[in-house]
Design a protein around this ligand. Structure first.
Ligand code: MG
Length: 482
C-alpha cells in the first residue's frame, strides 16, 4: 500500500485503510528511518482527516523495542518522537483510538515505507493510569538525628501513563515504610479519579486535593497530591519536548547546591574527614551539619572540626532537625549564633511558629524552616509571623511543582530567599524560575535506581537537556531491590 503526502491522495489512503481493516488485513510497520520521522515533523499539520482515520483504527503509538534494536536508536531519541508518529498495526484498535488521537502516520507494505501525514487536531492529552510502587533503599550514610535514626529509605515510584504513550515520572520519600501503603492507596484512587482527564497539572492538583478535603488538605493527603503533581508536570514537559525549567519559562543551566549527604550526629572527631570527602563529591562550596548532641559543647566541637577541615571559604548550614524544646533552643541557638553559620534550621518542632518567631527575633544567624510546610499557606503564615528568615519547602509536602510555584511567588513578595528540600531533580528546574532562589539541597539517596542521575560539578547541579524533569527508572536496579 502506498500513501501519498498530497491531500487528495490522503483520502485514497483512507479508503485503502478502511478496506484493509474490513478485510481483517494486518498492517504492520516493518521498518522506520530516522529521516522519515523528521520528514513527518516538518509535514505535520497539513491535512485534516484524523477523525476519519480513527474510524479505521489508526492509533497513536510509540516506537517499540523491536524497532529500537533494529535501528540502534537510543530510548530517548525514540521517546522524543513518540507523540508524532502513528503506527498502523492491526484492526484491533478500537479501544485505543478512543483514547489516542495521533499526529502522523507511517504505513508500510512489502517493505516500502510511506508516509501519510495527518497532524491536524491538537492532541487531547489525557491521563490513563497511575502506577505507584514501593521500594526500600539502603542509605550509604544513615540518617542520625535527634528525632530519628534511618538506614532504610522508603521510596514510592510514580508513573503517570497518558494516552500519548508518554509516562510522567516522580517519586516520594515518606521517611517511614509503613506510610507507603496509605500514600499508594491514595495515588491509586487518584488514578481512577483522573482517568481520561486532561494532563493539566494545575487542574489535577486542585481535583486531587479537593477529593481528600474531608480528611484534611495536609499530611498524607498533600503528600499524595504532591507526588502526582510532579509526575503530571513531567508528563506535560515531555509532551512539549522541553525540559521542565524551559516549559516554566526559564532556561537550562547550573543551580548552586550544597552537599547534604552526611555530617549527622556522629562523633565530632570523625567529622573532619567526612566533611573533606563531602566537598570532593562535587566540588561543593557548602555543607550541612546536623546539631542536637547531648551537650552544646559537643555541637561546638563538631562545628569547629568541620570548619578546620574545609576552611573558611565553605558555607556551613546547621540543622537541629526539630530536636530541641523551646527552652533548650533559646540557649543552644545562642551558643552557635555568631559562628558564621549560613543558617540555623528547625531547632524546635515544626509547627510551633510562635516559638520560631521568638527565636528569630533573638538570633543574628538567619533562621531556616519550611521542609514541614504543608502547602503554600503554611509558608505564607510563617513569613507573615516573622517565624523565619529563610524558607526551604519540601516537594513532597508543599504540593509538588504547583505548590512550589505558589510558594516561590509568596517568598519573593516577602523577599525571603527560598531553598529546596530533597528531590534535587525537580528542585533544580524550579530554582531556575524562582525569583529568590537560594540553595539547592543535594542528596543522592535515590541515585541507585535512576537511569541518569544528575551531575554535580564545582558545586553546581547540572540539569540534563532532556524533556521533562529527566527522571527515569533503572528497572534492572529496581528489580534487584525488590
Ligand atoms: Mg532539615
Amino acid at each position: 500500500m502506498r500513501a501519498n503526502l498530497a491531500a487528495e491522495t490522503a483520502s485514497t489512503l483512507l479508503k485503502q485503510l478502511r478496506r484493509a481493516v474490513l478485510c481483517g488485513q494486518l498492517l504492520r510497520v516493518l521498518s522506520v528511518q530516522i529521516a522519515t520521522a523528521s520528514r513527518l515533523q516538518r509535514l505535520a499539520g497539513r491535512h485534516h482527516f484524523a477523525d476519519q482515520l480513527a474510524h479505521v483504527g489508526v492509533f497513536h503509538a510509540r516506537f517499540g523495542g523491536d524497532l529500537s534494536r533494529r535501528h540502534s536508536l537510543s530510548a530517548r531519541s525514540l521517546e522524543s518522537r513518540e507523540n508524532r508518529v502513528a503506527l498502523v498495526r492491526s484492526p484491533d484498535f478500537s479501544r485505543l483510538t478512543e483514547r489516542a488521537p495521533f499526529t502522523s502516520l507511517l504505513v508500510e507494505d512489502d517493505g516500502d515505507v510511506e508516509i501519510g501525514n495527518v497532524a491536524p487536531a491538537p492532541i487531547e492529552r489525557r491521563a490513563l493510569r497511575v502506577a505507584a510502587r514501593p521500594l526500600i533503599l539502603k542509605l550509604e550514610r544513615p540518617i542520625v538525628a535527634r528525632i530519628a535514626t534511618i538506614s532504610d529509605w522508603p521510596v514510592i515510584l510514580i508513573d503517570l501513563f497518558t494516552n500519548e504513550g508518554i509516562v510522567g515520572r516522580s517519586y516520594l520519600e515518606p521517611y517511614t515504610a509503613k506510610a507507603m501503603k496509605y500514600i499508594i492507596a491514595a495515588l491509586e484512587d487518584f488514578g481512577e479519579l483522573l482517568e481520561g482527564h486532561a494532563v493539566a497539572p494545575t487542574e489535577i492538583f486542585e481535583l486531587t486535593r479537593k477529593s481528600l478535603h474531608f480528611v484534611g488538605y495536609q499530611g498524607l493527603s498533600m503528600i499524595a497530591v504532591s507526588g502526582l503533581d510532579m509526575a503530571a508536570w513531567d508528563a506535560l514537559a515531555k509532551a512539549a519536548n522541553l525540559p521542565l525549567c524551559v516549559l516554566l519559562g526559564g532556561t537550562v543551566g547550573p543551580v548552586k547546591a550544597y552537599n547534604s549527604n552526611g555530617l549527622w550526629l556522629s562523633d565530632p572527631a570523625q567529622l573532619g574527614e567526612e566533611a573533606a570527602r563531602l566537598i570532593q563529591e562535587g566540588g561543593f562550596a557548602g555543607l550541612k551539619i546536623r546539631l542536637g548532641r547531648a551537650t552544646a559543647d559537643q555541637d561546638l566541637r563538631a562545628i569547629e572540626t568541620v570548619r578546620a577541615a574545609v576552611g573558611p571559604g565553605v558555607r556551613l548550614m546547621a540543622d537541629f532537625n526539630q530536636g530541641l524544646d523551646l527552652a533548650e533552643a533559646l540557649v543552644r541557638c545562642q551558643s552557635v549564633d555568631g559562628l558564621g553559620l549560613d543558617w540555623i534550621e528547625e531547632p524546635i518542632v515544626y509547627d510551633n511558629l510562635d516559638g520560631y518567631a521568638r527565636l528569630a527575633s533573638q538570633l543574628k544567624t538567619p533562621l531556616q524552616i519550611g521542609e514541614n510546610f504543608y502547602g503554600h499557606r503554611d509558608l505564607h503564615r510563617a513569613l507573615q509571623m516573622k517565624a523565619c528568615d529563610l524558607v526551604m519547602p519540601d516537594f513532597m509536602r508543599i504540593g509538588g511543582v504547583t505548590g512550589w510555584l505558589k510558594s516561590a511567588a509568596i517568598a519573593a513578595a516577602f523577599g525571603a530567599p527560598i531553598s529546596t528540600h530533597l528531590y534535587p531533580e525537580v528542585g533544580a528546574h524550579v530554582m531556575r524560575v524562582s525569583e529568590t532562589s537560594h540553595w539547592l539541597e543535594w542528596q543522592n539517596w535515590v541515585n541507585p535506581i535512576l537511569k541518569q542521575p544528575y551531575d554535580v560539578v564545582d558545586g553546581m547541579l547540572h540539569i540534563p537537556a532532556v524533556a521533562g524533569t529527566g527522571l527515569d527508572w533503572d528497572e534492572a536496579a529496581i528489580g534487584l531491590r525488590n
